[in-house]
Design a protein around this ligand. Structure first.
Ligand code: OAD
Length: 236
């Protein structure tokens, strides 16, 4: 039986929630930023220097995300948000679309979306599941060679920060799932939620850089911890 009403909950997810769907994380052993050059692939300067290399990297990631399927953690979170979309907010740092494909009705992609293309000239964006090519033309303004994935790179401003700040100011429970706490502003959300009096819970494979800021940390794989926590919250 669903507890009624549910508390106000803000959930932050990171790469760890998609790890068991086969998508790599960034800072674990063998993670993306251990084997690839972050500066060359995830900054506006890297794109300006070598756009073809950057497009190829994200084309590979887009293809991998398209092949991956949502796991039990994505499905459990979709069930929780669907139970009370006005009280439960999902914020993700992930650029994949696995939360949507699990059925999450609304979420904030603070680091943008891999499955969208954007024109660096006019700023328009649109859904794009296939590879981007340097010779592609912008659908809106016609510029050639200016397309990029619609993701947020280091040095750019994350999305939805006003909505997230509002959610954190009202939330009664803040839960962080599968994120190392290495990248701000997301790593600062636990302190923000605590300041507003929220209960704070971390679900992660191992202790993160910010574990000490949470009231409770549960360690284990997301596909086990998340469905169990959602069942607790929904009272089933
Ligand atoms: P990280 O790779 O930094 O951290 C992933 C976290 O997930 C680690 O703490 C792991 O212990 C944990 N983890 C791994 N497998 C897990 C599993 N099966 N279940 C639960 N937890 C697991 O990834 P993020 O914190 O998401 O930004 O990285 C934050 C941002 O840095 C990303 O959004 C991206 C990256 O550079 C940009 O590209 C702007």
């Amino acid at each position: 039986m669903t507890r009624s009403p549910l508390p106000r909950i803000t959930i932050l997810t990171g790469a760890g929630v998609s790890a068991e769907s086969g998508l790599g994380t960034f800072r674990d052993k063998g993670g993306m930023w251990q084997t690839h050059d972050l500066e060359a692939l995830a900054t506006p300067e890297g794109y300006a220097r070598n756009p073809g290399r950057v497009l190829a990297f994200y084309n590979d990631r887009r293809a991998a995300a398209a092949e991956a399927a949502p796991n039990a953690a994505h499905h459990a979170l979709a069930r929780l948000v669907s139970a009370a979309p006005d009280r439960v907010h999902l914020v993700t740092q992930n650029v994949d679309d696995l939360h949507e494909r699990a059925g999450t009705p609304t979420l904030w992609h603070m680091h943008g979306e891999l499955m969208r293309a954007r024109c660096s000239d006019c700023g328009r964006s649109w859904p794009e599941t296939g590879p981007l090519d340097l010779a592609d033309r912008c659908r809106a303004c016609g510029a050639v060679g200016r397309l990029r994935p619609d993701v947020v790179w280091f040095g750019e401003i994350p999305r939805h920060l006003d909505e997230i700040a509002d959610a954190l100011s009202e939330t009664e429970v803040f839960v962080s799932i599968g994120t190392s706490g290495a990248v701000y502003p997301a790593a600062g959300f636990v302190a923000e939620a605590s300041r507003h009096g929220a209960d704070t819970l971390e679900l992660n494979l191992e202790r993160s850089d910010v574990s000490r800021l949470f009231e409770e940390t549960r360690l284990g794989p997301a596909t086990e911890l998340v469905p169990a926590w959602v069942a607790e919250i929904l009272g089933d």
